[in-house]
Structures are given as C-alpha cells and as structure tokens.
Write a protein that binds this ligand. Structure first.
Ligand code: X2X
Length: 340
C-alpha cells in the first residue's frame, strides 16, 4: 500500500473509530438516564476549534442539566456531506449542525451576503455586523426557513486561495484557474466574476479532488487548510482575504421546541459561550499558522487586495448582488463596512 493510501486508510480508521464511539455512547447515555440524546454534526476535522469548543459546550451542557441532555459530536462529515447535513437538520436526522453560512445560503439566500467579496476589512467590522442589525436580519431569515439558530455566529475565518500549479499573484493570474469552491452561490459567483473557473464540491471531497488534479486549487481559511492537511496537495497560498465566512450552529426546530425551556436556555447559552471562545481561537490560529504551513512546504504570496476588489467591481458583481439581496439588507451591511 502506498504511503498516501496508508495515511488515508489510517485517517479513515481513526474517524471510523470516532464514529463508533458516539453510537456506543448513545446507548449508554440512555442507560445513564439521559432524557434527550442528540447528534451534533460538523464538517471539520476533530482538531479544528469548531469541534474542540463544541466538545467543551457539550460537557458543560451535560453538567448543567444534570445529565438530562446528552449530545454526541460527529465531526468531519461522518454523518454526510455539508449539503446532506442541511437536509438532516431539517428532517431531524441530526439535532444540531455546524454549517458554513456560504452553504446554508442554498436554503437561506441572505446567508450568502456575509461572503460578499472584500466586504470586511478586519474582524472589528465582522463582529459589529454579525452581532448587530445585519446579523439579526440574517438570523431571522434562518428561523423563517424552519431551523433553530443560536445567537452567536462562529468563525470560519478569512479565506485565502491555495494552488498546486500557478502562483496566484494578480487578478490576471487567476483567469481560467480551476478552483474548487463550496456548494455556495456567492463564492461561485465571486470567482466567475474574477474570470476563474470555479467548481462547487463538498468539503469532504476536496482533498481527493486536489490530489487527483480535478481542480488546481481551492480557497479556505488557514485553520481549515492546516487541520485538513490540504498542504499535502497544495504548494502555494495567496493571502487574498477575499471573503470572511462564518459557521451558524443551527438546530432541528422540533427537537429544540421539545426541550423544556430551562434546558433549551442552557443548550443555547453554552453553545454561544463556545462561539465567542472559538472566534478568538481562529483569529489566533490564523496569525500563527502561516509559519507552520511554510514549514510544511507552502509558499505564501501577499497580493494587492484592492486590485482584486477593483476587478470584482468592474465585473458588476456588487451591483448584481445588491439587486438580488435588496437595498434593505445591503444597506444594513454598508452601515457597518461602508459603500460596497
Ligand atoms: O467547504 C468549505 O470550504 C468550508 C469548510 O470552509 C465551508 O464550510 C464553507
């Protein structure tokens, strides 16, 4: 068996071991007197802060409810791809789901607006928007779609463009670039507008799509690139910061409505506490991972972001999306970030 295949199969063994564990613990949860035994699904590697902080919230919830609420964590798309998991959260196949706003936009279009290209210059503007009127408006649309959603959005980070072929340096260099994007209308549109050739692929298929050269590159925040080991199949990263993305923690509405109010309040409070902690984890990791990724052989390219934003503007990208989202929501974002 090749080195690569050995690594993949050992990763599979680890994950299948992880998958077996929660199922066993569901049976034992009932035996321990848990009244509510829930599944919490994510698409990220077990080592990503999304899962580390979710596990802490789960432990605090078990403690604060006296064991009445047992939640089992299923990371790394063990229960299905991100787009499958949205359907499972709606049907009750899973009770809690951590899902990128860019992908949730396939169900709730306004979720895609926080991925408007180059909208956020820094985290101060991100949190002012997401914890203010703009975020409230988007959350209200998620509730309207039939899902429960917690108050505080989690942090996926500022996205960068990685490549295994050409180095991305200027807007011209990305023309025709075969890039994987999530199943996310805004990101597909952004790279089409830059003249690249985007292919929507679910995250659990990204590593193999890069390894087999179905695509030349992908775009993601450094913590995702690092924890999913994409540096093994990529050679350079252009620090474009082209969008900020967040993770919503959404829930099956019937499941949340079925919780007594005091237990529901504990679940929401502890998940929101972990959201605030996870936000800072990603900020810190994004500062330190550049050196770690360089040590793994990645070449970094610092680009002129204004040139990319200018190309996007000239393509009509902002005008088109303002027309789609409507002035009311567009202005809520512009109130924080300025004219787009
Ligand atoms: O699929 C991706 O690239 C990821 C993991 O960042 C999202 O969830 C959008």
């Amino acid at each position: 068996m090749t080195k690569e295949a050995t690594k993949t199969s050992s990763r599979r063994r680890v994950l299948s071991g992880l998958a077996a564990l929660p199922l066993v613990s569901i049976v034992s949860s009932r035996a321990r007197g848990a009244e509510f035994v829930w599944k919490y699904a994510t698409g990220q590697d077990p080592t990503h802060p999304v899962n580390l902080r979710a596990a802490e919230a789960i432990a605090r919830i078990r403690e604060a409810t006296g064991g009445r609420v047992e939640i089992n964590l299923f990371p790394a798309n063990q229960l299905g791809s991100d787009t499958d998991l949205i359907s499972q959260a709606r049907s009750g196949g899973v009770e809690i789901l951590n899902i990128s706003s860019s992908i949730l936009a396939t169900l709730v279009p306004s979720c895609g607006m926080l991925n408007t290209g180059f909208a956020f210059p820094d985290y101060d503007h991100v949190w002012r928007a997401m914890d203010g009127a703009f975020g409230d408006h988007v959350r209200a649309q998620i509730v309207k779609s039939g899902l429960f959603v917690t108050d505080k959005i989690w942090n996926n980070g500022f996205r960068q463009v990685s490549s295994s072929t050409r180095k991305i340096t200027t807007p011209d260099s990305i023309k025709g670039f075969k890039i994987r994007v999530p199943v996310a209308p805004m990101l597909t549109s952004l790279f089409q507008s830059l003249g690249a050739s985007p292919t929507p692929i679910n995250f659990n298929e990204v590593y193999s799509a890069l390894q087999t050269k179905i695509v030349e590159g992908q775009e993601n925040a450094l913590p995702l690139i690092y924890t999913t080991k994409l540096y093994e199949v990529q050679t350079s990263i252009a620090m474009t910061d082209h969008v900020w993305d967040g993770f919503w923690v959404v829930g099956n509405r019937r499941a949340f409505a079925g919780l007594p109010a005091d237990l529901r309040a504990i679940v929401a409070k502890e998940i929101d506490r972990s959201a605030i902690e996870q936000r800072q984890d990603v900020v810190k990791l994004s500062d330190t991972l550049r050196a770690d990724l360089q040590a793994k052989g990645i070449t970094f390219v610092d680009v002129d972001r204004a040139a990319f934003r200018d190309t996007l503007g000239k393509s009509g990208f902002y005008k088109n999306w303002q027309a789609k989202f409507g002035d009311e929501l567009w202005n809520k974002l512009q109130d924080v970030v300025g004219p787009l």
